[in-house]
Design a binder for this molecule. Structure first.
Ligand code: SAM
Length: 281
């Protein structure tokens, strides 16, 4: 018995199923079930929600989510070795845990879930940013998810919540803060994981806003911001030259000096620039 449920401690689960951690799959497991329950609580009330979890591994966070009352958890795991351990959890919570052996980059499971949907995951670091960008840039808004509660390397978490003028400010901050409320809710040292990674981690909570903060076309905004931060040391009139011969005019119309650098420009000004660019295309 483990404290949050009647299942065995995770160390025993890992030993029984031979789940030695694989670096290639970003496997740094959380074995403290009080900690996984705490992470699950950061997602708020789960009783009326379907939860999507990416990378359940041996199931520590999965158990935290189920013990916190999640209506249903759909867990996508790429490593087939974890499936028998996850089947034991499914048996302890009848009808509430569905596990798919799948690559989260290949399968879009959101359509198999019933809203409201919350996404909660201790993400494999090698695919975390890519998945976040996908969740932040669907074709329509509001998205199918109402919140994301995600573990990242501390440095990535800081990029998501960064303010203009800071070194961490960039495309991730703009895409996250444009249509969501993003904050760091928990910090974890390397020792919280088995095996410990080289860097610290943090849990970020993002709740979807019903509407974007400032009007802009998502594709144009994403394109402008990617160009601006690709050469973040350059003045915007140089980094954005490829947009068209009218770029200085567009910058001035958006209230941005062409000599400014990307990291000085607010989200509101980037949205104004995206509108000016769209009008000239
Ligand atoms: N949730 C577990 C925990 O907190 O202990 C494991 C977290 S571990 C950081 C990341 C997990 O994601 C691993 O179980 C790994 O096998 C899985 N994974 C890695 N790449 C994946 C992918 N592309 N799709 C689905 N799962 C993946």
């Amino acid at each position: 018995m483990s404290g949050i449920d009647d299942l065995p401690p995770l160390r025993d689960v890992i030993a029984k199923h031979g789940l030695s951690a694989r670096k290639s799959l970003g496997q740094n497991f959380l074995l403290d079930l009080n900690l996984t329950a705490k992470i699950a609580r950061q997602a708020g009330a789960l009783e009326d929600c379907d939860v999507l979890e990416i990378g359940p591994g041996p199931g520590g966070l999965t158990r935290g989510l189920l013990a916190s009352g999640a209506r249903k958890v759909l867990a996508l795991e790429k490593d087939a070795r974890c499936l028998p351990a996850l089947a034991e959890i499914a048996a302890a919570y009848p009808g509430r845990l569905e596990v798919l052996e799948a690559d989260a980059l290949e399968l879009d499971p959101l359509q198999h879930l019933t809203p409201p949907i919350k996404i909660v995951a201790n993400l494999p670091y090698n695919v975390g940013t890519e998945l976040l960008i996908r969740w932040l840039t669907p074709d329509t808004w509001p998205p199918v998810w109402s919140s994301l509660t995600l573990m990242f390397q501390r440095e990535v978490a800081e990029r998501i919540v960064a303010a203009p003028g800071s070194k961490a400010y960039g495309r991730l901050a703009i895409l996250a803060q444009w249509r969501a409320e993003a904050r760091i809710v928990l910090s974890l040292p390397p020792g919280a994981f088995t095996p410990p990674p080289k860097v610290s981690s943090a849990v970020v909570h993002l709740s979807a806003l019903p509407e974007m903060r400032f009007p802009a076309d998502p594709r144009v905004l994403s394109d402008v911001v990617a160009r601006a931060f690709n050469q973040r040391r350059k003045m915007l009139r140089a980094s954005l030259k490829g947009l068209g011969p009218w770029v200085e005019d567009a910058l001035l119309s958006a209230g941005i000096q062409p000599t400014e650098r990307a990291e000085q420009v607010s989200l509101e000004a980037f949205c104004a620039l995206a509108r000016e660019v769209e009008a000239r295309r």
